[in-house]
Design a protein around this ligand. Structure first.
Ligand code: BTN
Length: 359
C-alpha cells in the first residue's frame, strides 16, 4: 500500500483529513498543490503583500482561480487581508493542524516523506504500525488532532484531547539490532528538546528514558515500538506526544499539577503548524544521523545538556524492586547508571524513575 487512504485500512478507526507528500527542494521536485503554493508564497512575503497577478502567474492559473483557492482556504480558518494595488497578505492561519500549511512551511527544508493528518484516530502509533504492516513505504508520518486511545509507556493512557497539542508517529524500516532501540529513543529525545529550545526559547529537561519536563511537570513523552524480524528490527514507530498549546485549565483532574504545555511555560502560544513542520524535518534528519552513526559525535553532549537526573538522588522501580542512588548519566546502550550505597554501580535498561527531593 503506497499513498493509500488510511481510512481504508482494516481495523483503523480514523477520520481522514489529508495525506500529502512533502519533498526536499530539488530539480525533480513536483509542482506543489495550488493551496500549498499560495501559502508558501504568502509565508515567504512575511508581513508583505503578494499581488493576485503574481500568485496567478506562479500557479499558472487565472486570477479568478487564485481567488477561488483563497476562498477555500478562508473556509478552513485562514484570514487574508487584501490591499488595493498591493495584493494579499496572510494575516492568520488555523490554530489546529493543517497539512497544506505544514507543507508550505516545510518546502525547501523538508525531506521526501509522506505525511498523513487524521482528525481522529485511536493511536497514531497503532495507525503507523497498521500501515507498516500493510506494506506502506517508509518513512512516513502520521499526525492526528486527537486520539481516542493514546498510549504511553507501561500501558498508561496518554491524554489526547483536540486542544492544540501534538500527537505524531514516525514510521521507519531500519535494519537495527533490538539493543539499539533504547539509544534511538534517547537520541530522538535530545533532538526534540533541541528543537523545542530553539523554537520556544525555553529549554526542557529530559527525564530518562522518555519524559520531557518543564519545572518537573511533564510536557511530552515518547513511545518507540518495534516489530522484530529474526534478530533485527523490521518496523519501527517513534511516537511523540507534546503538550504544545493546551491551556492549564484543560487538564483532567488527575493530570492537573503534573502536566504542562509549552505555551503554559512560556506564556505565549506557539505556531503549531510551523512547529510541526520543523519537527518533521528534525526527526527525519535525526533518524538519518542515527542510521549513519554520526549521531555519536554530539549525543553525549546533548544528553548531558538536557538530562535532569544527573547528580540527583533518584529511586528506580523495576520489576517490583526499588533501587535508590545518585544518577550518573547513561552508558553507550542508553542504560541509566546509578551509584548506589557503598559506591556500587547499577545499570537499568528499563524502569520508572522518581527524583527524590534533595536532602
Ligand atoms: C509516555 O510518556 O509514556 C509516552 C507517551 C507517548 C504518547 C504519544 S502521542 C503519539 C503517539 N501515539 C500514542 O498512542 N502514543 C504516542
Amino acid at each position: 500500500m503506497n499513498e493509500a487512504n488510511p481510512a481504508e485500512n482494516e481495523g483503523a478507526k480514523t477520520t481522514f483529513v489529508a495525506s500529502l507528500r512533502l519533498h526536499l527542494a530539488s530539480d525533480k521536485m513536483p509542482r506543489p498543490a495550488p493551496e500549498v503554493l499560495i501559502l508558501e508564497l504568502l509565508l515567504a512575503a512575511g508581513p508583505g503583500h503578494v499581488s493576485g497577478t503574481a500568485l496567478a502567474r506562479r500557479l499558472g492559473v487565472s486570477r479568478v482561480a487564485v481567488w477561488q483557492q483563497m476562498e477555500k482556504l478562508r473556509a478552513q480558518g485562514f484570514t487574508f487581508t487584501a490591499v488595493h494595488a498591493r495584493g494579499y497578505r496572510l494575516a492568520a492561519g488555523p490554530s489546529s493542524l493543517h497539512l497544506a500549511l505544514i507543507a508550505a512551511h516545510l518546502r525547501g527544508h523538508g525531506r521526501d516523506c509522506p505525511v498523513t493528518l487524521l482528525d481522529e484516530v485511536d493511536s497514531t502509533n497503532d495507525e503507523a504500525a497498521r500501515q507498516l504492516a500493510a506494506g506502506r513505504a517508509a518513512p512516513f508520518a502520521v499526525l492526528a488532532r486527537r486520539q481516542t486511545h493514546g498510549r504511553g509507556r507501561l500501558g498508561r493512557a496518554w491524554h489526547s484531547a483536540d486542544n492544540g497539542n501534538l500527537y505524531a508517529s514516525f514510521a521507519f524500516r531500519p535494519r537495527l539490532a533490538p539493543a539499539r532501540m533504547q539509544t534511538f529513543t534517547l537520541w530522538m529525545g535530545v533532538n526534540v528538546c533541541g528543537l523545542v529550545a530553539n523554537f520556544s526559547g525555553a529549554t526542557p529537561g529530559l527525564k530518562w528514558p522518555n519524559d520531557l519536563l518543564f519545572d518537573g511537570r511533564k510536557a511530552g513523552g515518547m513511545l518507540t515500538e518495534a516489530r522484530m524480524d529474526a534478530d533485527q528490527i523490521r518496523d519501527l514507530v517513534f511516537g511523540l506526544g507534546l503538550n504544545v498549546n493546551s491551556p492549564a485549565a484543560a487538564w483532567p483532574r488527575d493530570l492537573a499539577g503534573r502536566a504542562i504545555s509549552l505555551a503554559e511555560h512560556t506564556r505565549a502560544p506557539l505556531d503549531l503548524n510551523r512547529f510541526a513542520a520543523a519537527l518533521l524535518g528534525r526527526v527525519l534528519l535525526a533518524y538519518d544521523r542515527f542510521m549513519d552513526g554520526t549521531f555519536a559525535e554530539t549525543f553525549a553532549d546533548l544528553w548531558n545538556r538536557f538530562d535532569v537526573l544527573r547528580g540527583q538522588p533518584v529511586t528506580v522501580l523495576q520489576g517490583g524492586q526499588r533501587v535508590s542512588g545518585i544518577a550518573l548519566g547513561i552508558d553507550d546502550e542508553g542504560a541509566l547508571i546509578l551509584r548506589t550505597a557503598k559506591s556500587r554501580t547499577a545499570r537499568f535498561r528499563a524502569g520508572e524513575v522518581t527524583l527524590e527531593k534533595n536532602a
